[in-house]
Design a protein around this ligand. Structure first.
Ligand SMILES: Nc1ncnc2c1ncn2[C@@H]1O[C@H](COP(=O)(O)OP(=O)(O)O)[C@@H](O)[C@H]1O
Ligand SMILES: [Mg+2]
Length: 228
């Protein structure tokens, strides 16, 4: 990325983030930043361009609550060794999302393709859809069933999303695309069922509002215990 294209962002990002963005763009993952799509507590998400192709960069805030992240990662065997400075923890958190996305894709779960992660910056595929919160599916039952299928596939990738809600599912041409995988945990996480229950609860609550008759317990059995 040409340096002058970056001037506008000089005061938006801290030095460390700017350097990470430079590095990723010089490696060819994108050419320029297009516009912000979401400013959150933990991260800011921007669209970027690589030639004609739109991509997404998710930038973890270096002022995020890293203590909470660390607590969350400790029981996850893949990340239990992460200790040290605040930045070390935040970088591990970004890597966790990258690895979770890769793993999910390997098992055929429809998620954005992760292209690269460096420091607190993750580059991934742009999904041209809207959050369920803003774009209700036309056929809720069909959509719900597809979503359950994705959650089951995720289990074969040995992952539980742990943050499913109408905020983290995109409606892409009436297909559910799960996003926001930084919280997703390994199946070995102690008492992992509680996360599955919470995910199911959130899905049931949302789809009931759209008129589906769903029983939480039954849906939990269906997504988690059902071998089919
Ligand atoms: N790959 C993507 N394609 C399109 N939009 C995305 C993508 N990733 C994130 N977004 C948008 O940015 C928002 C925030 O991203 P998310 O990963 O959920 O982070 P947060 O931790 O801030 O919730 C999403 O709700 C969605 O609107
Ligand atoms: Mg989110």
């Amino acid at each position: 990325m040409a340096k002058n294209k970056f001037i506008a962002y000089e005061n938006v990002f801290d030095q460390c983030t700017l350097r990470a963005l430079f590095k990723l763009s010089s490696q060819g993952y994108f050419d320029e930043i297009e516009s912000p799509i979401s400013i959150g507590k933990e991260s800011n998400v921007f669209t970027v361009l690589k030639g004609e192709e739109r991509r997404v960069v998710k930038i973890y805030r270096t002022a995020a609550n890293f203590k909470k992240m660390q607590e969350y990662m400790k029981p996850d065997p893949r990340f239990s060794q992460v200790k040290g400075s605040k930045l070390t923890v935040i970088y591990a958190w970004a890597r966790k999302e990258y690895r979770n996305l890769l793993k999910a894709r390997e098992k055929g779960v429809i998620v954005p393709i992760p292209y690269a992660v460096y420091k607190n910056v993750l580059v991934m595929e742009y999904i041209d859809g809207k959050k369920l919160l803003h774009d209700r599916p036309k056929y809720p039952k069909k959509f719900y069933e597809k979503l359950i299928k994705e959650v089951k596939k995720l289990k074969t990738a040995r992952l539980v999303h742990s943050d499913i809600s109408e905020y983290n599912v995109l409606n892409f041409k009436e297909k559910p695309v799960l996003i926001d995988f930084s919280h997703a945990v390994d199946l070995r996480y102690p008492n992992v069922e509680r996360f599955v229950k919470r995910d199911v609860k959130n899905m049931v609550r949302y789809f009931r509002r759209l008129g589906l008759k769903l029983d939480e317990e039954e849906e939990y059995e269906k997504t988690w215990q059902d071998k089919k």
